[in-house]
Design a protein around this ligand. Structure first.
Ligand code: PGA
Length: 241
């Protein structure tokens, strides 16, 4: 298996000084790929504060190159600030900012055109999980978000109901869903994507979740803001490697 990718999604937290101090307390090692996604304003400072063993990414970007799009930041801009990855289609962007699969598709294409590695987030709501619609929801998100895209992308499976709630699916559900995603992408796009799990992944459940065979890493929100917890997850991933 390729290296685990342990990615921290800091969301709208940390100013410049806080970002530098947090990133300086992260202990990486060469068995694991560690990625930090700070707010866009801090990408450049974080990139300059770290050594090359930690990668930096953005949490969002816009698909146009430049122009009259007040408040937006392009993929070319985050790339020039030092980002190598970009999270696209996080459920908070879908829910709070009304991002559609069509917009997300344009963003993935633009990220790839700018040599960024997209991390496409997909996931079902609790109602959808309870009414057995998970696979339908995920396959629709994959089909529409990756329409016309042949390059490989990383997928983050993030059940909406698990994000920031302390709830997680059972290990069996995570295993089944990751397998479903890999097979679906393989059947429709002819490659086996790296699939990260996200949603209340913490130091206390990382051992169990990262041990599940088709889990290739994690996208971590809350626990990535506390260096001891994030370091513990990195350590667990390196011991499992
Ligand atoms: P959480 O967030 O780890 O705080 O649940 C994960 C995410 O939103 O990517």
């Amino acid at each position: 298996m390729s290296k685990y990718l342990i990615a921290g999604n800091w969301k709208m937290n940390m100013d410049i000084d806080e970002s530098i101090s947090l990133v300086n307390s992260i202990i990486s090692n060469d068995k694991v790929e560690v990625l930090i996604c700070p707010p866009s304003t801090n990408i450049y400072s974080v990139k300059n504060a770290i050594n090359n063993s930690i990668k930096v990414g953005a949490q969002n970007s816009y698909y146009q190159e430049n122009g009259a799009f007040t408040g937006e930041v392009s993929n070319q801009m985050i790339r020039s600030a030092g980002a190598e990855y970009v999270i696209i289609g996080h459920s908070e962007r879908r829910e709070i900012f009304n991002e559609s699969n069509d917009l997300i598709n344009k963003k993935v294409k633009s990220a790839l055109a700018n040599q960024l590695i997209p991390i496409l987030c997909i996931g079902e709501s609790l109602d959808e999980r309870k009414s057995d619609q998970t696979n339908d929801v995920l396959s629709k998100q994959i089909t529409e978000c990756l329409d016309g895209i042949n390059n490989e992308v990383i997928i983050a499976y993030e059940p909406i109901w698990a994000i920031g709630t302390g709830l997680t699916p059972t290990s069996e559900q995570i295993e089944e869903t990751h397998k479903f995603i890999k097979n679906y992408v393989n059947d429709n796009f002819s490659y086996q994507p790296k699939v990260l799990y996200g949603g209340s992944l913490k130091d206390t459940n990382a051992q169990e979740i990262l041990s599940i065979n088709p889990v290739d890493g994690g996208l971590i929100g809350g626990a990535s803001l506390v260096s001891d917890k994030f370091n513990k997850i990195i350590q667990i991933a390196s011991e499992l490697s």
